[in-house]
Ligand binder design. Sequence first.
Ligand SMILES: [Zn+2]
Length: 249
Amino acid sequence: MMDFHCHLDLYPSARTVHTEAARRCEFVWLVTTSPRAFIATSRILQPAPTIIISPGLHPEVAHQRHNELPLLLEEIGRASAVGEVGLDGSARYREHFSVQKAIFEATVERCSELGGRVLSIHSRSAAKEVLDTLERHSAHGTAVLHWFSDSPTQLRRAIELGCWFSIGPAMLRSANGLRLAASLPSERVVPESDGPFAKLDSRPIMPWQAMDIVGPLANVWGLTEDKVRAQLTENGRELRHMMTAENSQ
Ligand SMILES: [Zn+2]
């Protein structure tokens, strides 16, 4: 079991979920939504060797938390992984797009200056701008696009840029999600829960359910479930290796 994008600190019973995830999962990437949340979460949850907590600044709260940008840039200096960061161009957040862009630009630039980081990136209705930013700072490291939902054209561009993709069971419930998943490079896909935001049958997806993507992926990739499971596990280990301390300076 692996989960490469989880808001573990935001489940109603975070401590219990954390203990359970540490016991059941080979690896969990806990992405935070603000630099202060990163500090609080790192203090509250017991360190576990299989759980990485990364500093982020979610685009949905960018307009409320932009004054935490200097703190984020400082934290990135000590972290090997960064997230959740990115852009959200959907109707609800579009009015704050310029603040989001300034934050994301500075974040990616910082990762690039530091020689690269592994980033978990939100790109809802903004894949073009996300990819433009990554392109401007080509030494940013490894970008993992979480729950990619943009056009096939932007997907092709992301693949050419070397992006990875974290996808979850909720994404594969939609026809569009399945269509996009079919064209992903299988060697750059890892599972994610995006819990507790992402839900199945109105229940938050748990970190140990992220691997439920195996069945639907086997269908769209035309492979056996065993093959898909083995591939995802191999990918996950490779990505996790990139996120270990030796990458940070
Ligand atoms: Zn998320």
